[in-house]
Design a protein around this ligand. Structure first.
Ligand SMILES: [Zn+2]
Length: 254
């Protein structure tokens, strides 16, 4: 998810969270354990358009079920803007919660101005509370007037949820997710090119997109994998040296 969020500075990226819910004795979802993420291709690349299509949701559900997980939430990135959920985010989240009230939203704020470390990432988890019936809310004073429908009266208010990050044993699934991400980003570029096939600059834009993908995303990943491999070789050599010390002496030599 972090790698996905950091893969582009210009646009928001999004995906779904797979894992499981833990319930209390009343059957209320108390905790959501995120096991992995599915990166999604955005059909609309304009800012703040991060809707998930029904087909994408169904496909992700199949992937989740095959691994014994469920789709338990969604994430998207906020490049260059605050980590706080927008009104649109609160509404989107509220709509998801009508499907399952344990559904959770994650936002990754990346490329923050003024951050001491450019690579730092802020993450917030949130759910939305229905405030339509509260004083000043959308449905306060029924029936709602037409003006209320088009006005800015809030329907949903975001509420922050504590996040706990734990380290998982193997990094292989993460590397696989990073590799899949390359495919998803490449497919986005191809889809954008197909969509604008008759524009005379479509080829140039596509080539620029693919070149940026290679320099900003693929090459750093190759470096990460190469350094991991070197570290594994070093650990392997150290383990072999230890093993040689632990071997019983060869008594034939005595
Ligand atoms: Zn947002």
């Amino acid at each position: 998810m972090m790698a996905h969020a950091l893969s582009t500075e210009q646009q928001e990226v999004m995906g779904l969270l797979l894992g499981s819910w833990f319930y209390d004795e009343l059957g209320v979802a108390k905790r959501a354990d995120i096991a992995e993420v599915v990166t999604l291709q955005r059909s609309d690349r304009r800012p703040d358009r991060v809707e998930v299509s029904g087909a994408q949701l169904a496909q992700a559900s199949d992937v989740a079920e095959a691994k014994g997980h469920k789709v338990i939430g969604w994430y998207h990135s906020h490049p260059h803007i605050t980590v706080a959920p927008s009104h649109v985010d609160a509404r989107t989240q509220g709509q998801y919660q009508t499907l399952d009230d344990g559904f959770v939203g994650l936002i990754c704020a990346v490329f923050q101005e003024g951050d001491s470390a450019m690579g730092s990432v802020r993450v917030v988890a949130f759910q939305s509370e229905d405030v339509a019936n509260e004083p000043g809310g959308f449905a306060d004073g029924s029936p709602p007037a037409y003006d209320d429908v088009v006005s800015k009266k809030p329907l949903w208010r975001p509420r922050e949820i504590p996040v706990d990050v734990t380290r998982q044993g193997s990094s292989v699934p993460h590397l696989r997710a990073l590799a899949n991400l390359q495919d998803a980003l490449f497919e986005e570029e191809r889809a954008a090119r197909r969509k604008h096939a008759d524009a005379f600059f479509a080829d140039a834009v596509f080539r620029k997109g693919v070149a940026l993908l290679a320099t900003d995303s693929l090459h750093p990943l190759i470096h990460v994998v190469a350094s991991k491999l070197a570290a594994q070789h070093a650990r392997c050599a150290a383990a072999k040296a230890k093993l040689a010390l632990l071997r019983p002496p060869n008594y034939d030599d005595l």
